[in-house]
Design a protein around this ligand. Sequence first.
Ligand code: SF4
Length: 463
Amino acid sequence: MCGIIGIENNEDAMVLTAAGLLTLQHRGEESVGITLSGKDKMKTFKYMGLVSKIFDDEILLKKLPATTAIGHVRYTTSSKSSLTNAQPFQITCIHGNISVAHNGNITNFNEIKEMLLRKGAIFSHTSDTEILLHLMAMAKGDELTDIIASSIRKLDGAFSLVILRDKTLIGVRDKNGFRPLVLGKIGNSYILSSETPAIEVMGGKYVRDIEPGEIIVIENGEIKRSFIYEISKKKNTCIFEQVYFARPDSTMFGHTVKEARIKMGEYLALQMKDIKADIVMPVPDTGYCAAIGFSRVSNILFENGLVRNYYVGRSFIKPMQNLRDLIARFKLRPIKEVINGKEIVLIDDSIVRGTTSRRLVNILKEAGARRIHFALSCPPIINSCYYGIDTPSRSNLIAANNSIEEIRKYLDIDTLTFLTLENLIKACSFDDKKNIEEDNNFCTACFTGKYPTKIPNNICKEG
Ligand code: SF4
């Protein structure tokens, strides 16, 4: 996952972009980058670590006034975590100065890279995004939209992009719309962002989603839109954004993610209507909204019995297993007075490897939990994601290799319930009668194995 942002035609472009990136920090904590375009030059700054690094850099803050900017926060899904691979990527080519920030994974990366190498291209990064820059640099024609569209048509997979060409801002979404990209407005300036809260923090208002397959070109406060492909009724927006990744205050499909998560909890309560418990308790933070929904429907008291340490980041977001283990140990601490002697419904978003959940169950038992009913607000994850979420290989996904009863025994809990796919789609669609066979909105491949695009054999997942 990554977060991307861009603003055009604004004297405060630098500070607003940095503020927007801070709001998207949850989408990537490994590196941050910003490209600024001012009177006579375009320049990119990149740092390993958090967005606050931008505010530490006095040179950047004082000396580079810019009216157009793009920014990126990164967490690694397809290449090494390093400053070299931090985005945006800036080049100078026959079509001008171009900088690109990308959220997603290009699945035919190896095939295209091979083709470009044969044509003499030289690569300086290992990131899949670099191939887009090569394709654009080699594209024929003068029209910006044609240059981008002809390059994009060669790509498969997931890509929401913000691109800067001199002082022109461009937004692109792949034809499936895997990753989000929204348009906002502040005064005479347009904003592009992965999620709506960044627009609001910048002082702007949400205008609309960029459609799957759409290119939007913003110049001097004017917008031109076109489509790379024929518009299809079928989208494949990542449903896991609503389960786990997006901020609860983000608006998706006309509702906040918080509302969708509350619905997930309500459906879980209906699935578990025979369970009696003293309290329903969330795993912070993504379990909160579902636990509220569960409590409303079941009438079981909502209690907060786990305190999260906010200074260690999200364990799922860290690419290194050894770091993940270390972080999880001190990430959540129990409030014994809440837990001791209680029968608990514990709500989390998902189980990936199972190791973090098992550690959490041990913490609750040490704090005196009498019985634990564990509920997840999505179905079992049995397939890897190739579209920008850092799920491990199938061999490391606990649900791909074990039955629900085997997982329950491994976790040493009393009951284990996963939200059904049908209920997840109903919750995210805000439609209690939704027929999942007729769903036209969501990618659900990590639960079903039905990938919306061809996955080449030579793509491998690490970990
Ligand atoms: S495979 Fe899963 S995580 Fe990946 S895009 Fe599809 S729904 Fe999202």
